[in-house]
Design a protein around this ligand. Structure first.
Ligand code: BEZ
Length: 238
């Protein structure tokens, strides 16, 4: 804990908070966040630095999944504490030269924020000084269409993110909203969902007797939720 005293403690937004506002220069032009993204889910993520291998593998993966996230009404916005020209050069190099795990000629079409001043990184608690004072950790903020932070995941510099999990989170958050349920451990579309806790003895009793609800005990009840119904609703294929 002695280490912390050397550095200014920067704010950390929390789940349920409004996403902190900022204006930024990006590889896709200027953005006004989160106002420009109203009506969409957004994954705002940071990476430590341009021209580094783990980050390159992550960017290629994000870019190759951009369409899939878009189908779930989710836009991607990246950030690192590098300048715009470094960002442009790195993204050009990725497209022209890097082949990785079957991905090649990958064009990154989502915005990458220039944050040399660290203004945005500090607002979002992306600088964690005991990990690194000048590089952002791998933060992931899931922000809903009203601009509210709904999930936060932080990874250290050395650990590349799990993209199946990032996609699972976007689908699970929307499924929970759409169907007013919660999702249990490792939930995926098609798995049973959790029915909210009974708020009265009467509801608890009714739950135990409801044929459509499977109660392990009065406080732990699940029900079926059809996979296609979830995907139709979340992926807007209706
Ligand atoms: C990387 O992206 O490869 C990386 C960046 C900073 C520290 C360690 C690895």
């Amino acid at each position: 804990m002695e280490q912390d005293k050397e550095y200014e403690v920067t704010s950390m937004p929390r789940i349920g908070d409004a996403a902190p506002e900022f204006k930024a220069v990006t590889t896709q032009g200027d953005i006004n966040f989160p106002a420009d993204y109203k009506g969409s889910w957004v994954i705002l993520f940071s990476h430590p630095a341009d021209f580094t291998p783990v980050c390159t593998s992550e960017f290629m993966t994000f870019a190759s999944m951009e369409e899939k996230f878009a189908e779930a009404n989710c836009k991607l916005v990246g950030l690192s504490i590098d300048g715009l020209y470094s960002h442009i050069a790195w993204l050009r190099t990725i497209k022209e030269k890097i082949e990785y795990k079957g991905m090649k000629n990958i064009e990154v079409n989502f915005p990458l924020i220039e944050d040399i001043t660290m203004d945005v990184a500090k607002k979002y608690g992306m600088i964690q000084p005991n990990e690194d004072t000048t590089k952002a950790v791998r933060a992931v903020f899931f922000i809903d269409p009203k601009g509210i932070i709904r999930t936060i995941i932080y990874y250290p510099l050395s650990l590349g993110r799990n993209f199946d999990e990032l996609y699972r989170v976007i689908i699970a958050l929307q499924a929970a909203d759409e169907f007013d349920v919660a999702t249990p451990a490792d939930w995926r579309p098609g798995d049973d969902v959790i029915v909210g806790p009974a708020g009265s003895c009467g509801t608890a009793k009714d739950r135990m007797e409801d044929g459509d609800i499977d109660c392990k005990d009065w406080f732990f009840c699940t029900k079926k939720l059809d996979k296609d119904m979830v995907l139709d609703r979340v992926l807007r294929k209706k």
